[in-house]
Ligand binder design. Structure first.
Ligand code: ADP
Length: 261
């Protein structure tokens, strides 16, 4: 009797442990499954929106006699814009899916980061100029680090593009670069509309936008920050955001100087 009891106690505990682990796994799978179906439903919705507009525009031309040439051209232009939008969403989705699968291997090179940032600002300056937004680069020291040139450039470009998009006319965007012995730091600060406190946690989620219609209007897919965060994580870095509504937003990125796979 007594000895058997002693043996059965650890057995019972082990079963309990396994049951517990199994239940936890089921719960996690349920969460994953829910977030997957949410993602699929978001994707479908986002892809359907431009499609619906195209359909409406095309329907209003099909079989119509004597549509004025001007109107005809205008609707065709609108359809082309919707196709561009659909393409942007698909391109962004593909690059996200690739990163998820970890098939997106980095092509790491030792690069002059100051130069990369200068190139990014040079490319975006015409867009900023259109709204008289000042683009400023503060280089606190020369920085060389291991990055994937294309992916790093597009991650930082996305932050600067957002800083312009969600800014006010005559505002400013300030990009800074600094480093210590281990990491380099890039910040992108703007004088824009800012992000409400309760949205700050969510802006890196796929398709999350503070203002859907405004974001769409200015050509956003809602995937940019999700891609940026994945890219920075692939470089073993971190990204943080600070914001005050009506005053502006600062994104700060920290990436190790040397890439260790
Ligand atoms: P989008 O394509 O909509 O710009 P992102 O993933 O790049 O998508 O950004 C998600 C949302 O975060 C944007 O829709 C916007 O609401 C908010 N956001 C991003 N950057 C800024 C910024 N610099 N200032 C204010 N809001 C921003």
């Amino acid at each position: 009797g007594y000895q058997n009891d002693e043996i059965s106690v650890p057995d019972y505990t082990e079963t309990e442990l396994i049951t517990d682990a199994f239940n936890k796994m089921l719960a996690r799978m349920k969460v994953l499954d829910e977030s997957r179906s949410e993602f699929v439903s978001n994707v479908s919705h986002e892809l359907k929106t431009p499609m619906t507009s195209m359909k409406v525009l095309a329907d209003s031309l099909v079989g119509q006699q004597g549509v004025p040439e001007e109107l005809y051209q205008e609707f065709l232009q609108d359809i082309t814009a919707e196709i561009d939008r659909e393409n942007r969403i698909i391109t962004d989705l593909l690059s996200l899916v690739k990163m998820d699968k970890k098939t997106a291997d980095l092509s790491i090179q030792h690069m002059d980061i100051n130069q990369l940032l200068e190139d990014i600002l040079k490319r975006l300056r015409p867009i900023a100029d259109k709204r008289s937004i000042d683009l400023i680069l503060d280089s606190f020291r020369p920085v060389e680090a291991d990055v994937d040139e294309i992916k790093f450039t597009s991650a930082i470009s996305n932050l600067v593009e957002n800083a312009i998009k969600y800014n006010v006319d005559d505002g400013w965007v300030r990009v800074s670069i600094d480093a210590d012995h281990k990491y380099f730091y890039v910040t992108v600060a703007d004088s824009g509309m800012g992000i409400p406190e309760d949205s700050l946690e969510r802006i890196f989620e796929r398709f999350y936008r503070v203002d859907k219609s405004h974001s769409r209007e200015i050509g956003g897919t809602g995937l940019g920050l999700a891609i940026t965060r994945s890219t920075i994580a692939m470089h073993h870095g971190v990204i943080k955001v600070f914001s005050r509504e009506g005053e502006g937003t600062t994104f700060s990125v920290r990436i190790p100087l040397s890439y260790i796979p």
